[in-house]
Design a protein around this ligand. Sequence first.
Ligand SMILES: Nc1ncnc2c1ncn2[C@@H]1O[C@H](COP(=O)(O)OP(=O)(O)O)[C@@H](O)[C@H]1O
Ligand SMILES: [Mg+2]
Length: 279
Amino acid sequence: MMTQTSSSASAPPALPVRNAGAPPVFQVRQVSKIFSSRTGQVEALRDVSFDFADGSFTCIVGPSGCGKSTLLRILGGLETATYGEITVNLPKSRVPQSAFVFQEHGVFPWFDVLDNVTFGQRMAGVGKVEREDVARRWIAEVGLTGFEHAYPHQLSGGMRQRIAIARAFATGSPSLLMDEPLGALDAQTRMLMQEQLVRLWEAERKTVVLVTHSIEEALLLGDQIIVMSARPGRIKEVIDVPFGRPRDVSIEGTERFAQMRQSIWESLRDEVQASMRYS
Ligand SMILES: Nc1ncnc2c1ncn2[C@@H]1O[C@H](COP(=O)(O)OP(=O)(O)O)[C@@H](O)[C@H]1O
Ligand SMILES: [Mg+2]
């Protein structure tokens, strides 16, 4: 059995689930993914099983190429599993069940900020007045008020990422799938965005799955952290994050944080080494 759950006896986090009786939002059962092409086959994921609870924030870390993006795409229905089963327990409504935030290229260069943020709702057929109302709220939440009619090329990388995050929230989808959403940002902007993301999520309690390269980010944001093995990606370990909520960056100064970071790194290091041998 590759999966193990470690939990802490002290300082339990605030209940991470919005609706404790609800079924898992994503139920992943023995999922494997094999990509076939003319040049051969790549086994991206092997036998992944996991329950993503309603309203939970799950972070995924793992070496490059271990199938993190593939898993996210399978959760969002952009890719299908080769073997195994995915059950999505989310309401079917006019808005998509999941909204994506990608590392880059997440905004449309030919739309201004307002049109970018209203995009999801426009696609869902939400009326202009309502969608612009919602969009302006999220634009304010991410600190872009005053830039509604600016175009992405006129803004910094951090501001563009904030557009993508505002759009994902404004879409109204009950689940957010984020693939290294802060990866392209400089360290300071990234810290600010992490704080913002914690705050937005604490207010909305969407079901979030976030892929990150950063162990610190995973500890700051997540209720639980999935550590994946080198390809084929399997779940190596699931770590319950022992920090309560509301949570802010001050936890990064604690001894507990340093211990957690070290133990996750030890788990990850072997996998990163293994993935370097393969590639
Ligand atoms: N559409 C695809 N066709 C063929 N191979 C793919 C495709 N998407 C991903 N892969 C391969 O699957 C593996 C996992 O990719 P990915 O999920 O992007 O990893 P990660 O996000 O963890 O870096 C990699 O070896 C990648 O090259
Ligand atoms: Mg990826």
